[in-house]
Design a protein around this ligand. Structure first.
Ligand code: FAD
Length: 354
């Protein structure tokens, strides 16, 4: 079996950007993606999310960003990615779900079922969408209503006539309340007091938020999402929900879940039909476990004080779309840095060709 210079896992914004730059540097590689078609996580976003609703999708390298119009994000971005893959002849192979990556005497072996790829370096670009985070609360299993996570969000109409408890203090929770409160009864619960920002979200504010995530990654801590440190903002779409009191009536987390509702810490009961867990995601990196990249603090430490993409534990491995680069603009830039990291690793420790 031939040995590639690199394997990229994941064909979202981060993986496509890395593949583009690897191609430019003449580095042989494949991009393995578990989805059936182009689009990364954007393929799975809910139908009601339009390009006008998203915070902004950055352009792919040497391209223009998709238009901010009324098109569905789960169609516009996949079409944009598909055209990009084709125009740049990126070597994407799908559907391939990578189960694990092992080290075989200096060569990285990427396993997907009974298929294998061998490579000198690896760029991991698997995002977070396939690893939703659901906290555990007592009584969760006894709830007879519906429990959904952000990944299952079916759009606002589904909730008509139902009493919905939205859990989580991030941008998704704010958006769900914005869409649902004008239609139905909602309650909002968060673990900590939400942090609102009233100033404009300037590039400097964005850089400051990213720097906070970089500091965590530099110390090998599990990264927080960039969005979680930027603070929350209400957009025009959320003003009606605000007027109806959706955000002001936020409550601290409940103590336990009952079959038909939740009990607050003061012992009072709230009947709800649906619990919508907008509780975020974690990096989808279980397949890297055999490489032992995690630090004692639980995260993967990256070089350049968390600003780089190279794993400190193993410079053959690049992580893109991880920690500070978990946004479309960050993923885009990280792809370039990862390709350079791959080039560096290949030149520093060339493995003899068989
Ligand atoms: P993804 O787009 O998730 O791509 C990862 C790819 O890897 C997928 O195709 C997946 O199928 C594949 N994969 C995963 N595991 C495996 C495996 N084991 N084997 C093979 N393939 C695998 N960012 C913004 O900049 N603007 C926004 O408006 C914005 N809105 C967001 C809204 C929501 C609800 C969420 C959750 C995130 C949002 N983000 C936004 C963040 C942004 O979507 C991501 O950070 C960005 O798209 C990075 O993409 P990625 O390439 O890292 O991951």
């Amino acid at each position: 079996m031939s040995i590639l210079d690199s394997v990229v896992i994941g064909a979202g914004q981060a993986g496509l950007s890395a593949s583009y730059h690897l191609t430019r540097l003449g580095i042989s590689h494949v991009v393995l993606d578990s989805d059936a078609a182009a689009g990364g996580a954007w393929r799975h976003r809910w139908d009601a999310l339009t390009m006008r609703d998203v915070h902004g999708v950055a352009e792919l390298p040497d391209d223009t960003p998709p238009p901010r119009d009324g098109q569905r994000a789960n169609m516009a971005v996949p079409a944009y990615f598909a055209a990009y893959e084709k125009a740049h002849r990126l070597p994407v192979v799908r559907p391939v779900r990578v189960d694990r990556v092992e080290d075989d005497d200096g060569i990285l072996v990427v396993h997907a079922g009974d298929r294998q790829w061998r490579a000198r370096t690896l760029v991991n670009a698997t995002g977070t969408w396939t690893h939703p985070f659901l906290p555990h609360y007592p009584g969760m299993e006894t709830f007879v209503g519906e429990q959904l996570h952000t990944v299952d969000y079916p759009g606002p109409e589904h909730f008509l006539g139902k009493r919905v408890l939205v859990v989580g203090g991030g941008a998704s929770a704010v958006q769900f309340l914005g869409a649902l409160t004008p239609l139905t009864d909602t309650i909002w619960a968060t673990r900590t007091e939400p942090v609102w920002r009233n100033d404009d979200f300037t590039p400097e504010a964005g850089a400051a938020a990213v720097a906070l995530v970089e500091q965590r990654v530099a110390r090998g801590l599990p990264p927080q999402s960039v969005v979680s440190v930027t603070g929350l903002m209400l957009r025009p779409q959320e003003r009606e929900a605000e007027r109806l009191g959706a955000y002001a009536a936020r409550r601290p987390m409940f103590a336990r879940i009952e079959p038909d509702g939740v009990c607050w810490v003061d012992g009072s009961f709230e009947r709800v039909d649906v619990i919508l867990w907008a509780t975020g995601f974690r990096p989808a990196i279980a397949h890297l476990a055999p490489l032992h990249l995690r630090s004692a603090a639980g995260g993967i430490q990256l070089d350049r004080n968390g600003r780089g993409t190279t794993a400190v534990q193993d410079p053959r491995i690049q992580l893109v779309g991880y920690g500070p680069s978990a946004s479309t603009i960050g993923a885009n830039r990280a792809g370039r840095s990862a390709a350079k990291g791959v080039q560096r690793a290949l030149s520093v420790a060339p493995v003899p060709r068989p």
